[in-house]
Design a protein around this ligand. Structure first.
Ligand SMILES: [Zn+2]
Length: 263
C-alpha cells in the first residue's frame, strides 16, 4: 500500500475514533459538544496559558481594579454551576475593550473595560458572560476544533504511536498545551457559544443579586461606543450582532428577572 494511502486510512480511523470519543453533552445547556480535552485537564491548561500571559502582559492581581473584578467575579462564581473551579480574576493594564476566559476559570478583564463600566452591575454582566464561557467549556471546545482542523490539514493520525485511549488523550493534551501557550484566547468563539454565554451569564448575574437588566444596558453602551468611532471593540468582534444579542436578552428578560435575587 502506498504510504500516502496508508496515512489517509490511519487519519480517517483516528478522526472517527476521536469523534466518537469526544462528543459530550453539556450538562448546563444540553448542547452536544466536540471536545478532545478531558475535563480533568482544564485546570492545568488554563494555568499554563495564564502563566504565559503573565510573562508577556501587564497583569494586575492586587490593584483596586483587580480587587473590584475579583469581588464581583467571586460572588458570581459562588452561585454558578461550578463554584469549585480554581477561579482567578485579573485585570490587564491595556487600553482595549476586551475580556476573556481560559479553561478552568482563569478570567481577565482589560483596564479600559473596567474604566468604561463604573457600575458594578454592568461589569457583572461582562464577568458573568466570561464565567459562563469557562463553565460551558468553550475554550476547550475552540481548541478541539482547531486541533481537528490541523489534523485534517496535516494528515496526521492520532492513532500513530499510541495504542491505548489514555495514550491518545495524553498526546492530544500535549498538543493542546502548546496551542494554549501560543495564545489561543485570540481565537473567536462561534455564534452559538456567544449567545449561550450571554444567556447563562445573565442568569448567573441575576442569581448573584445583580440586576439582569444591566446586561442590556451594557450591550447598548458597547454598541454606542463602537458606533461612536474607535473601531470594533475586540470583545464584540464575534458573529452575533449587537442588535441580535440585545433582542435575545430582552426577549428572555422575564425569565432572568424571575431568578433575580436582590441583596
Ligand atoms: Zn464571549
Amino acid at each position: 500500500m502506498p504510504i500516502s494511502k496508508f496515512k489517509a486510512q490511519i487519519t480517517a480511523a483516528g478522526a472517527a475514533l476521536l469523534l466518537t470519543a469526544c462528543m459530550t453533552t453539556n450538562e448546563v445547556t444540553g448542547r452536544s459538544q466536540f471536545i478532545t480535552i478531558p475535563p480533568s485537564q482544564d485546570a492545568a491548561l488554563g494555568l499554563e496559558a495564564m502563566n504565559e500571559v503573565k510573562k508577556t502582559a501587564d497583569v494586575e492581581t492586587n490593584t483596586a481594579d483587580a480587587k473590584r473584578v475579583q469581588r464581583i467575579g467571586r460572588r458570581i462564581a459562588a452561585i454558578s454551576d461550578n463554584p469549585g473551579m480554581p477561579w482567578e480574576f485579573v485585570v490587564i493594564d491595556e487600553d482595549v475593550l476586551n475580556a476573556w476566559a481560559l479553561p478552568g476559570g482563569k478570567i481577565a478583564v482589560y483596564k479600559k473595560m473596567v474604566d468604561s463600566f463604573t457600575s458594578d452591575e454592568e461589569l457583572a454582566a461582562v464577568i458573568g458572560h466570561e464565567i459562563a464561557h469557562a463553565i460551558l467549556r468553550h475554550g476547550a471546545e475552540k481548541m478541539s476544533r482547531v486541533q481537528a482542523q490541523n489534523m485534517a490539514i496535516a494528515g496526521v493520525g492520532v492513532a500513530v504511536g499510541a495504542t491505548t485511549e489514555d495514550q491518545q488523550m495524553s498526546q492530544i493534551a500535549v498538543t493542546l498545551g502548546a496551542l494554549a501557550a501560543q495564545g489561543f484566547v485570540q481565537l473567536p468563539h462561534s455564534r452559538a457559544m456567544e449567545l449561550e454565554a450571554d444567556d447563562v451569564g445573565t442568569r448567573y448575574m441575576a442569581r448573584a443579586g445583580y440586576d439582569p437588566r444591566a446586561a442590556v444596558r451594557l450591550w447598548k453602551k458597547m454598541k454606542a461606543m463602537k458606533d461612536g468611532g474607535g473601531g470594533q471593540p475586540a470583545w464584540l468582534s464575534t458573529h452575533p450582532t449587537d442588535d441580535q444579542r440585545i433582542k435575545r436578552l430582552s426577549d428572555k428578560m422575564d425569565s432572568y428577572l424571575s431568578e433575580y435575587n436582590p441583596r
